[in-house]
Structures are given as structure tokens and as C-alpha cells.
Design a protein around this ligand. Structure first.
Ligand code: XUL
Ligand code: CO
Length: 439
């Protein structure tokens, strides 16, 4: 049974097309910089936003119209039908990957055992659909933040039983991810943070967080899970202070707790801006330390102070993100996961397609422009020139630690004053990017 009978497989029709159900810039097999566009972009569907977000916000109830949910009231039946619908949806859009939390795919039971039994039934179906379609799991994860037991955190809860529950849930989610041959496993510390230090032992909480991650590393070895572990930084929301604030904070945490060899980062655009950084900054910080793993692709609204998880349509952002990704050598285990949800007014089933097309096209267009910038070495040539003074002379001596304060003082005393600084030429570079965009 099909719920999208009227929708054909979405095809590339080029930028002149007026067909809303077509790609204008995403041509999956077109080769750019020696790789197909789909290999560069590795688009993934987020099961939670696409199949469980019903349009609820703090002021209003569900708005989404989903025929498959209306037709199937029993939670397990609904979960089964959703699997079929999800794979048909991904096939029609040419999305070759997906990501999920345990709680997205199957209803949670009264006990952990019941939840796990439900998961097993649904995972059987997912496995069949993956075999049928060739669609792959980019990463799996456990939802350790929605249920009320996690009100004070999961591994950072003051209640050790909650830690144990979280560990048991991660164990099962890792087993499922391994069974489905997932390329990765993500930890987003939904409530791993605090509201007030008046009641918080921050050191113990962070130590415990690291303990859970070490247990995951040990268990991966035990069951032979070889996928990549990721941590997804986010500065705030739901808690005021999230322990995984941004890329730099997460990397320092991984180093402190000797976890850096086992984890990479899954960086999300809207989380980057919430932390007061650009996505470009967050990607660069991770890449420079060899720790960029994957991307949660979306965008925020800079006028709102929370995570709006909008589908990415800002071309400038996708150009700069794709530029960083190309610069870093591209994805290996990771990809671009649309951790993006519809506005609650975009409630029709068609909107699910239109929003994904918008996101895929904006990233595809970003890739096209970033690839040209990279090929022409526009920014790289400028960098080369800007840092020229470190190539020889005193700069080269600094880089190779041949000089210390005394030698540098003597050097400057002989020189009297700095001859001149070169211009940063920021506006000029911004104009060049505009030229690349507009042709
Ligand atoms: C929440 C968020 C999550 C993670 C997975 O802001 O981004 O959906 O991506 O738990
Ligand atoms: Co995310």
C-alpha cells in the first residue's frame, strides 16, 4: 500500500524548471571535484522530525495531517506502517541514509523489556526495507531526554538508577545500530547539563557523563560495533548550561577524559548559531583537530533564541559549510542529516517533500559554488599570501621554535617599528563570493 501514489520519484530538472517536485540544483550522479554529488552530500532523513513531529509547540497542539497516522490508531500498527511510509518517502526523494532514536521508531512500553520487544519487531521491518531499497543507516541513537525519568539528566542525573536506565537504553540502541550496519552512533546529551549550581555537583556529573561514554566504547569492542561514535554539541536548550556547549568545549572534554580516540563530532547548524558561533567556525574547529564526523543540517532563526530546526534554505550558509567540508577532505562515515522540521503551518504531506527538496537543493547549490571557489583556490591563495611572513625569516624561526623572547626582543629593537600591516580585504573577499554566486 502506498501513501504517496500521486508523487513520482523526484528528479533533477535543472534551474529553469518550475515543477516544485523536482530538483533544480541537486543532480545526484553529476561529478563535481571527482566525486558524484550524492557522495559529497550523503543526505540523510531524520526519522524523528519527518515521522514523529506533529506540529506541537508550547502554545498549541498537533497540526500535521498524516493519513497513515489517521488510518492506524494502534501504536504498534502505526509504527509498522510508518516504516513502510518512511522508506517509500526516502526512495522517492533519493535519500540514501536515515538516522533515528530508539523512541522514534517504536512505542515505549511500561518496562524496558517491553520497549525492547517493540523495538525488535520494528527493527525486523526496517532491516527488510533496508535490504529491499539499499538505504543505509547513517547513525543511531537513544532518546535519553523525553521521558520524565530524565528530568534531571541521564548519565548526569543525581539518581544512579537513572544512570543505569540510560546505560541499558544505550546498550540496546547500540545493538540495533550494529544489527542495521549503522555507520555511526551519536550522543546528544539532551539533558546533560544543569539549571542551577545551587543544586549541582558539576564535577561528578561530568565525570559520570565520561563514564557512560567509556562504557559505550567498551561495549562496542565487546559486540564488535565498529561504527564511528559522535558527540553532538549544543550550548543550551533544554537545560540552561549544556555540558557539550560547542566544538571547542566537547573537544576539551574528550581530551580530558581520554575519549578523543573514539569520538568525533556531529555538528549542527542551529546549535552552532545558538552557541554564538557560525557553522563555518564550528566545522573549522573540529576539522583542524581531525574530529569532524558528521553534520546535522538545518538552520536557525537569528531573531529567535531557540533551536528552530528549520530546513536549510540559506545559500550563503551552505556554501560556507560545504567549503569547510571540501577543505577537510569530505565525509567518510558521516553525512548531511536533515535534523530539520516543518513549520507547524506547513502541515500537508506534500510539505514533507517540498522541504526536503529545498534543503537538498540548497546544499547542492552550496556544493556547486564551494567547489568552484575551492578549484580556483580563491580563499586559499589569499591565505597563502596573508601568512607569508611565517614562511621565512623571523616568522620561520618562530614556527620552528628557533627563537625565544630574548631573540625576538633583539629583533624588534633593531627594527624599531613594524613597517606596515597588510589589509585584511574582507569586503573584497565577500564581493568575490557574491561573484561566484551570481556568475
Ligand atoms: C536536538 C538534536 C537531536 C539530536 C539527536 O537539538 O539535535 O535531535 O540530533 O538526539
Ligand atoms: Co541534531
Amino acid at each position: 500500500m502506498s501513501y504517496f501514489e500521486k508523487i513520482n520519484k523526484v528528479k533533477y530538472e535543472g534551474s529553469k524548471s518550475t515543477n516544485p517536485m523536482s530538483f533544480k540544483y541537486y543532480n545526484p550522479d553529476e561529478i563535481i571535484l571527482g566525486k558524484s554529488m550524492k557522495e559529497h552530500l550523503k543526505f540523510s532523513m531524520a526519522y524523528w522530525h519527518t515521522f514523529t513531529f506533529m506540529g506541537v509547540d508550547p502554545f498549541g497542539k498537533e497540526t500535521m495531517e498524516r493519513q497513515w497516522d489517521i488510518d492506524n490508531k494502534d501504536p504498534m500498527e502505526r509504527a509498522k506502517v510508518r516504516v513502510k511510509v518512511a522508506f517509500e518517502f526516502m526512495e522517492k526523494l533519493g535519500l540514501e541514509y536515515f538516522c533515528f532514536h530508539d523512541a522514534d521508531i517504536a512505542p515505549q512500553g511500561e518496562t524496558l523489556k517491553e520497549s525492547n520487544d517493540n523495538l525488535d519487531v520494528i527493527v525486523d521491518l526496517i532491516e527488510k526495507e533496508m535490504k529491499r531499497t539499499g538505504i543505509k543507516l547513517l547513525w543511531g541513537t537513544a532518546n535519553l531526554f523525553s521521558h520524565k525519568r530524565f528530568m534531571h539528566g541521564a548519565s548526569t542525573s543525581p539518581n544512579a538508577d537513572v544512570f543505569a536506565y540510560a546505560a541499558a537504553q544505550v546498550k540496546k540502541a547500540m545493538e540495533i545500530t550494529k544489527r542495521l550496519d549503522g555507520a555511526g552512533y551519536t550522543f546528544w546529551g539532551g539533558r546533560e547539563g544543569y539549571e542551577t549550581l545551587l543544586n549541582t555537583d558539576m564535577k561528578l556529573e561530568q565525570d559520570n557523563f565520561a563514564r557512560l561514554l567509556h562504557m559505550a566504547v567498551d561495549y562496542a569492542k565487546e559486540i564488535g560495533f565498529t561504527g564511528q561514535f559522535y558527540i553532538e554539541p549544543k550550548p543550551k536548550e533544554p537545560t540552561k548550561h549544556q555540558y557539550d556547549f560547542d566544538s571547542a568545549t566537547v573537544i576539551a572534554f574528550l581530551r580530558k577524559y581520554n575519549l578523543v580516540d573514539y569520538f568525533k563530532l556531529n555538528i549542527e547548524t542551529n546549535h552552532a548559531t545558538l552557541s554564538g558561533h557560525t557553522m563555518q567556525h564550528e566545522l573549522r574547529v573540529a576539522f583542524d583537530q581531525g574530529l569532524l564526523g558528521s553534520v546535522d543540517a538545518n538552520q536557525g532563526d537569528l531573531l529567535l533564541g531557540w533551536d528552530t530546526d528549520q530546513f536549510p534554505t540559506n545559500l550563503y550558509d551552505t556554501i560556507l559549510s560545504m567549503y569547510e567540508i571540501i577543505r577537510g577532505g569530505g565525509f567518510t562515515t558521516g553525512g548531511l542529516n536533515f535534523d530539520s522540521k516543518l513549520r507547524r503551518g506547513s502541515y500537508k504531506e506534500d510539505d514533507l517533500f517540498l522541504a526536503h527538496i529545498a534543503g537538498m537543493d540548497t546544499y547542492a547549490a552550496g556544493l556547486r559554488i564551494a567547489a568552484k571557489l575551492w578549484e580556483d583556490k580563491v580563499l586559499e591563495k589569499n591565505l597563502e599570501q596573508r601568512y607569508q611572513s611565517y614562511k621565512d625569516g623571523i616568522g620561520n624561526d618562530i614556527v620552528h621554535r628557533k627563537v625565544g623572547f630574548k631573540e625576538l626582543e633583539t629583533y624588534i629593537l633593531n627594527k624599531k617599528e613594524i613597517d606596515q600591516n597588510d589589509s585584511g580585504r574582507q569586503e573584497y573577499l565577500e564581493t568575490i563570493i557574491n561573484q561566484y554566486i551570481l556568475g
